[in-house]
Write a new protein. Structure first.
Length: 312
């Protein structure tokens, strides 16, 4: 009976492995960048933590999410405990699913239009005739496909150029541009379905034009990241009422561990635009606040596997 960590990025998962080793928690590294499973064989005993990333294709792991989907269905068929289960993976891989699930709880998201193909994309932009808008990829992470446009003519130029990025799933989103009250976004971290802290991410150094993925923790920080950690400050005062709504979204979608990103516009209205089930943390910000996300995850996984052992 051990903890199986399902992922495709060794560098992002190394901090978790270090924390598990500190606690003496038994674990196994399940890197699903490639591999196979026998559906007729029973999975090993244990608990399974899925931290597969929507941006895996940018690291040459194009089909890692599809393999993970097969593995999760297999595990669930045999009644194994899965942290961030197949419903969570579906949400991780689609901004559309994220926005629908957020709206079900009355959580405000940016106005968004879904399009496949350059001409439908340009036609859809009529909805933003008199306002700035952005494009972004549906299956994203790392700011994939994020571009700011002040006009439809600018979009036309982009679509006709070599700079246009085809999304890996073919779906491009046209989205309302949120001009923030101050140059930062806020990311709310959850472990075990409970809110642990909020981190403010400063966007004044090149991210002020984008309210979404380019501002995300996944893009700005990883163990080999290049962005200065001063961009991150844990905010102990953040206690917006919609946190309880976030918790309900996570519970309904089989998610125990995630970061949810929001931005406040100039009128003080919050918009939520991303749920990341492959969450990473900024080391220096955590040192300053004496709060440690990967340690909280390791403790949660250790507690879960201990409980599983007692039930066998």
């Amino acid at each position: 009976m051990k903890i199986y960590v399902i992922h495709e990025n060794e560098e992002w998962s190394a901090p978790l492995f270090n924390r598990l080793e500190e606690l003496g928690a038994p674990y196994e590294n399940w890197n699903l960048s490639s591999g196979s499973i026998n559906l007729q064989e029973e999975p090993p005993e244990g608990i399974f933590y899925n931290r597969m990333s929507a941006s895996s294709h940018t690291r040459g792991h194009r089909f890692a999410p599809e393999l993970t989907s097969a593995v999760l269905v297999w595990l669930e068929q045999y009644g194994r405990t899965v942290i961030n289960d197949s419903r969570a993976l579906r949400l991780e891989l689609s901004k559309v699913v994220q926005y629908v699930e957020l709206e079900k709880e009355g959580i405000k998201t940016p106005k968004t239009i879904v399009a496949v193909g350059k001409e439908p994309l340009f036609e859809a932009s009529k909805a933003f005739e008199n306002e700035p808008f952005i494009t972004k990829h549906n299956r994203a992470g790392k700011g994939l496909g994020v571009q700011l446009f002040q006009s439809r003519a600018a979009l036309r130029t982009y679509l006709d150029s070599d700079a246009f990025e085809e999304p890996v799933d073919g779906i491009t989103l046209l989205q309302q541009y949120i001009e923030s009250e101050e140059p930062y976004i806020t990311r709310c971290e959850f472990v075990g379905g409970e809110f642990i802290y909020a981190v403010k991410v400063n966007t004044s150094d090149g991210f002020e034009l984008c309210p979404a993925d380019a501002c995300s923790i996944e893009n700005l920080y990883c163990p080999v990241g290049e962005e200065p950690s001063s961009k991150f400050v844990i905010d102990p005062t953040f206690s917006e009422p919609f946190i309880k709504d976030y918790k309900r979204v996570l519970q309904r979608n089989g998610i125990q561990i995630a970061g949810i990103e929001c931005i406040k516009d100039k009128d003080g209205v919050f918009y939520t635009y991303d749920i990341n089930t492959n969450t990473n943390y900024n080391g220096e910000a955590e040192e300053r606040a004496d709060q440690y996300g990967m340690l909280e995850i390791a403790k949660f996984l250790q507690k879960t596997v201990t409980h599983a052992k007692s039930c066998t």
